[in-house]
Write a protein that binds this ligand. Structure first.
Ligand code: HEC
Length: 155
């Protein structure tokens, strides 16, 4: 009985650890694939973020001036942002590389979802400036929460 127990535990441990290794490896390649899927640019990561900031300001100006075209343009600049010239994870400490890769994957989805929500809201018949502003607020929450963890936690 004990022997069987031990064997089962061994098998289980191997299964769990290979699953963890597999999950880790696949999130790494996914992050690389994500970056490879974007247009390359000659911007540093910081300059790419400055572009994000300008795009976000464009959205805000559009909301205040009731100019849908400006909002649309800012959202599409965020949605189609290029990849920086260096690997994004080269800006974090070696020990944080995996965590930052996972962050990139998670926030890429959130930013795209938010930009899409803004674009869909602009198209909708029910669109009004208060509801557009709510979607813009949701977008800015994603920016802020990544900044809270990473902006001052680089190499
Ligand atoms: C995946 C995490 C992440 C997300 C999401 C993110 N940022 Fe950043 N952002 C950073 C990091 C890291 C820095 C610091 C870069 C540096 O100093 O090299 C930064 C810096 C900035 C800066 C300052 C640039 C400078 O000159 O110092 C601005 C502006 C900015 N981000 C705007 C935005 C906006 C707007 C959004 C949302 C649309 C956003 N960011 C989303 C990680 C993120």
């Amino acid at each position: 009985m004990d022997k069987i127990h031990l064997i089962l535990r061994g098998v289980l441990t191997i299964a769990i650890s290979s699953h963890i290794l597999y999950a880790k490896a696949s999130s790494l390649t996914k992050a690389e694939q994500l970056v490879a899927s974007k247009k390359k640019s000659d911007m540093t990561y910081k300059q790419m973020m400055q572009r994000m900031g300008e795009s976000y300001k464009m959205i805000q100006t559009g909301v205040i001036n009731q100019n849908k075209e400006l909002v649309r343009l800012g959202a599409s600049l965020i949605e189609n942002h290029p990849a920086p010239k260096e690997k994004p994870w080269s800006i974090v400490k070696q020990k944080d590389t995996t965590a930052f890769k996972q962050t990139l994957l998670a926030y890429d989805k959130l930013l795209h979802q938010s930009a899409e929500n803004i674009e869909n809201n602009l198209k909708s018949e029910k669109s009004d400036w208060t509801s557009i502003n709510k979607k813009v607020f949701e977008l800015s929450n994603h920016c802020i929460s990544c900044h809270a963890v990473w902006k001052n936690n680089l190499k």
